[in-house]
Design a protein around this ligand. Structure first.
Ligand code: ADP
Length: 387
């Protein structure tokens, strides 16, 4: 049986008219063009036939005894399984004024009687093609909705497992601190208490072990700081970035003095964010600028501009610089461009910065500074959070 999905000339069309002569005319020309035609002579009969054969299109006379065409159409459109079948009214010229009333019942078109068979065929073809396209669109839409739903599910699962992993990393790092402290302090105790019984190798080996424990402590501290960004973050609040810089300079006072560094500040605004995290961000950038200094005393400049949607901070140094091919890599966890001997560090600092910036709805990158050195830039969203 042809179904409502046919748009070709094998489609089934229900023709409804109380006058047999009209039926014959319309049905005849449709059949001549290969359509399968079912007829009805009254509104209620049309509804029954439509249920039975599920036509791809209905041609419906307006003026009929019993329930007229408009009412028939209204009833059709009230039925879930029939409402998508396009209805085309057939009305005499005198009834053209009723056209709007016809459309308001849910019809897609009308043809004027006496029906011109070429026009009728053209309209039938158009509406069948449109109905097919509507169905295809609906099917695609349905698929899309399903895809969106399954992506949302996957994303929620991913977020859950990320949060779990983060908790795990946090707990593991946290719990490792204590035994590590113990290892380091007992090694130091052995070194002190048994100093006279240890030969040069013994002292050296203990020195290596203490050094390893200290490095591991630094790693654990950085990993804890990294996982805290997600788990222990505070809601965005107003933050005075001049005050932040005062705190950061205080924290780095020794390193600044030791390096003989000059730090210049531009006008810094009040922003929104998590003050502790923003301080950590600036502190990491500044301590890198101090650490990766060249032969000249460090000169570091911190500035901020407003940009659409928020602010853009920059931290410029005159240090050793970063080759452009490493500009992305340095923000990845544990990625370092130098040996531990040349510059100590864990390779977590910039990954932590990236995480903090992203949590504040911004991005971070590095550019070469004019005359050598690097400029680290980061943006913050005006509302201090990721969209
Ligand atoms: P760490 O400082 O512990 O090595 P980071 O994640 O902070 O780790 O930095 C990653 C790498 O990026 C550093 O090892 C260094 O090679 C490079 N880097 C970071 N900041 C600077 C800077 N201001 N100047 C030159 N190189 C830098």
């Amino acid at each position: 049986m042809p179904t409502a999905t046919d748009s070709s000339s094998t489609a089934t069309i229900l023709v409804v008219d109380d006058l047999p002569a009209n039926l014959e005319l319309v049905a005849g020309s449709l059949e001549q063009h290969g359509y399968h035609v079912v007829v009805a002579q009254a509104g209620d009969e049309a509804l029954e036939r439509a249920q039975l054969v599920r036509p791809a299109l209905i041609l419906l006379d307006v003026m009929m005894p019993g329930i007229n065409g408009f009412e028939t159409c209204r009833r059709l459109k009230a039925l879930d399984d029939l409402r998508d079948i396009p209805v085309v009214f057939m009305s005499a010229r005198a009834e053209v004024g009723d056209k709007l009333a016809g459309f308001s019942t849910g019809a897609v078109d009308y043809v004027t009687k006496p029906v011109d068979s070429a026009e009728l065929l053209a309209r039938v073809e158009t509406h069948l093609a449109m109905a097919t396209m509507r169905r295809q669109l609906a099917a695609q839409n349905h698929l899309l909705q399903r895809e969106i739903a399954s992506r949302e599910q996957a994303q929620a699962a991913l977020q859950r497992s990320n949060a779990e992993l983060e908790q795990l990393a946090y707990a593991a790092s946290h719990d490792m601190q204590e035994p590590l402290r113990m290892i380091a302090s007992y090694l130091q105790l052995i070194e002190r208490r048994y100093a006279d019984r240890l030969d040069a190798d013994g002292h050296e080996f203990i020195g290596f072990a203490v050094d390893g424990a200290k490095r591991m402590q630094a790693l654990i501290n950085d990993m804890l700081a990294y996982s805290r960004v997600g788990t222990k973050g505070r809601a965005p609040a107003p933050v005075d970035s001049t005050e932040l810089m005062r705190v950061v300079r205080e924290q780095l006072r020794l390193a600044i003095e030791e390096a003989g560094a000059v730090i210049e500040l531009g006008a810094l605004p009040q922003v929104r964010g998590d003050a502790a995290q923003l301080a950590q961000l600036l502190q990491n950038l500044l301590s890198n600028a101090l650490k990766f200094r060249g032969s000249a005393p460090p000169r570091i400049r911190v500035e901020c501009n407003t940009v659409p949607g928020g602010w853009c901070f920059s931290v410029r140094d005159n240090g050793i610089g970063i080759a452009p091919e490493y500009a992305e890599r340095i923000f990845v966890m544990f990625q370092r461009l130098h040996s531990r001997k040349a510059y100590p560090g864990t390779g977590i600092g910039l990954a932590l910065c990236k995480r903090i910036v992203e949590r504040h709805g911004g991005r971070i990158w590095v550019e070469p500074a004019d005359g050598g050195g690097s400029v680290f830039k980061f943006t913050l969203a005006r509302d201090g959070q990721a969209a």
